[in-house]
Design a protein around this ligand. Structure first.
Ligand SMILES: C[S@@+](CC[C@H](N)C(=O)[O-])C[C@H]1O[C@@H](n2cnc3c(N)ncnc32)[C@H](O)[C@@H]1O
Length: 271
């Protein structure tokens, strides 16, 4: 089906759930369709922790960006950036440092269009359509090279996107190619769905994984060791290493013993 709504780019299929629109709905956004909403409602029924994973992931993203700005990072390449919602990377980064520059990349034309419209008039932020499976096309894209200076540190964000990249597409090799383009002192941020900590939770997860198998973006679960292995020798893990999203530098006002969603996160520094 082609577009039936003014804001939907031509050619976008609104008859199958799409990862960016489903996540948009999960976070309370409005750029999604019935098929996305029904999909997420079904996923939450079989795996009630799904909403917590989405919210904890998004909260981690904000904390990671603030941490990076505090560490002196002013350039961000956010791959798999999603449909803009609350706490977008450029808002968090430019709030902390108005000189921060942010390049967004997503494979989904709706995410790109909505980002473009939000970023209009912001000289420090831009968006391109791109596929993480083809990192060179992102890293050497003229608009990326115009906004970001790769002779200086850059933080590359792959947040809640690597679990859509199967082993057959070589996720470690993709991250290695990204690492090759970065100078020492750059950072890589990863969040990735991992196995639930309880047998009942893992069983529920398997049902949700099965639902995703019927979408264009099946989900691949990787445990902490597998996520760390994706980073390769070019990166050193920043404390506390690979942990559940809520355990990564929690804000002081957050609950002391928060639930631990099956969202594994890590921040790593280019050696
Ligand atoms: C769950 S959303 C995450 C959005 C944001 N990074 C966050 O964590 O809040 C995943 C995004 O990855 C995008 N995506 C999936 N596969 C991709 C690929 N191969 N290249 C680029 N983006 C991709 C989807 O379109 C979607 O917008």
């Amino acid at each position: 089906m082609t577009q039936s709504f003014g804001w939907v780019p031509e050619g976008v299929d609104v008859t199958v759930p799409d990862a960016s629109r489903v996540y948009d709905y999960a976070l309370g956004g409005v750029h999604n369709f019935k098929v996305d909403r029904e999909f997420w409602d079904r996923a939450e029924r079989v795996m009630p922790s799904a909403g917590l994973i989405a919210r904890a992931n998004r909260a981690f993203l904000g904390r990671a960006v603030r941490w990076l700005v505090d560490a002196g990072i002013t350039q961000f390449l956010d791959i798999g950036s999603g449909i803009p919602t609350l706490g977008n990377v450029h808002e968090v980064a430019q709030d902390a440092d108005p000189a921060a520059r942010v390049m967004y990349v997503d494979i989904d034309p709706i995410a790109v269009q909505q980002s473009r419209s939000l970023l209009s008039g912001n000289p420090g932020a831009a968006v391109i359509e791109g596929d993480l499976r083809r990192p060179a096309q992102i890293l050497y894209h003229p608009e990326v090279l115009e906004l970001l200076d790769f002779s200086e540190p850059v933080a590359v964000l792959t947040v809640a996107v690597l679990h859509f990249i199967p082993d057959s597409a070589g996720p470690a090799s993709i991250l290695s190619k990204i690492g090759d383009a970065l100078v020492s002192g750059s950072y890589l941020v990863v969040s990735h769905v991992g196995p639930d900590s309880t047998p009942a939770g893992r069983q529920a997860q398997q049902q949700a994984v099965k639902l995703y198998e019927n979408t264009p973006t099946p989900v691949i679960l990787r445990d902490a060791e597998e996520v760390a292995a994706l980073l390769g020798p070019a990166f050193e893990l920043v404390d506390p290493g690979v942990v559940s999203a809520t355990d990564w530098h929690p804000d002081p006002e957050e609950a002391e013993d928060p639930p631990q969603p099956a969202a594994l996160v890590v921040l790593a520094r280019k050696r």
